[in-house]
Write a protein that binds this ligand. Sequence first.
Ligand SMILES: C[S@@+](CC[C@H](N)C(=O)[O-])C[C@H]1O[C@@H](n2cnc3c(N)ncnc32)[C@H](O)[C@@H]1O
Length: 273
Amino acid sequence: MDTTAIEEAPHDEQLATTLAVRAAVAAIDPVDAEQTDDPYAAATAEYYELLATAHWQRTGDELSDLLRDIDPTAGPIVDVGAGTGIGLPYLLSVAPDVEVYAIEPSKAMRTALHTRLLLDPRLRDRITVDPRPLGEALPDRASAVVMSAVLGHLGDVERDRFWRFVVDRMPAGAPVVVEVLPPYRPVVVEPVRYAAVPVGRFVYEGWQSGRPAGDRLMRWTMTYRVLDGRTVVSEQAVTSTYRCWSPDDVVAEVSPYGLTVTEHGDSVVVRRT
Ligand SMILES: C[S@@+](CC[C@H](N)C(=O)[O-])C[C@H]1O[C@@H](n2cnc3c(N)ncnc32)[C@H](O)[C@@H]1O
């Protein structure tokens, strides 16, 4: 790529990086994740663990609180789209004997997930990893379900199957915690750097931008950059589609199944009464 903009950027680091990424966003041809077998393998999996930790530090304790009253004898906590497993320690902290059923269809994300489990025997003993997508992977029952940054990936048939599972296979009052993040409707999102993490001599940056792609669809571009000072060592960009969900959308979706919804920060909790 052309790094001229970076070399000539002003001294102010933030402005320099902003100018640099604008140049980069224009210069790079992003990979279309949906044209690949494993959308998260296109670029995101490689950087996910490094760049998503700040989000979890902010929201992890909130999630544990929402799960505090579950009955672990009713079944495992199902973590739908567990990713690299950053959230797993928060889930296991809610009860000493709780098990987690982690559903993660991306081979690339599972590579990090398996590594995490092997490095920590406390996780390995209590977490089962199912490599199939949600529609094929649901266990017999569950004491709770967690969906963090996943709902927008799920299709109509898969969601229908899932809400029926909540009605038929979960106890009354058991929480389904669904993260619902803005934008609730498609908008233009200018490139924003959401994380910059130093590792060794380099800094890893995650950038996000988006544009509307339909009534409820956003087309997101993620750009990942490895910087040695102002020099770009590596850069990858990927685009993918994600369906927007507001708390009201979730209410409209689950009401026909007789399920109720309460709002808690960035999440909604769905339950059967
Ligand atoms: C943005 S990541 C979130 C990972 C993790 N929940 C977190 O908050 O760090 C979305 C995850 O959902 C997974 N996913 C996508 N489609 C799925 C499906 N149909 N069933 C289960 N998981 C899916 C992806 O592979 C990816 O790991």
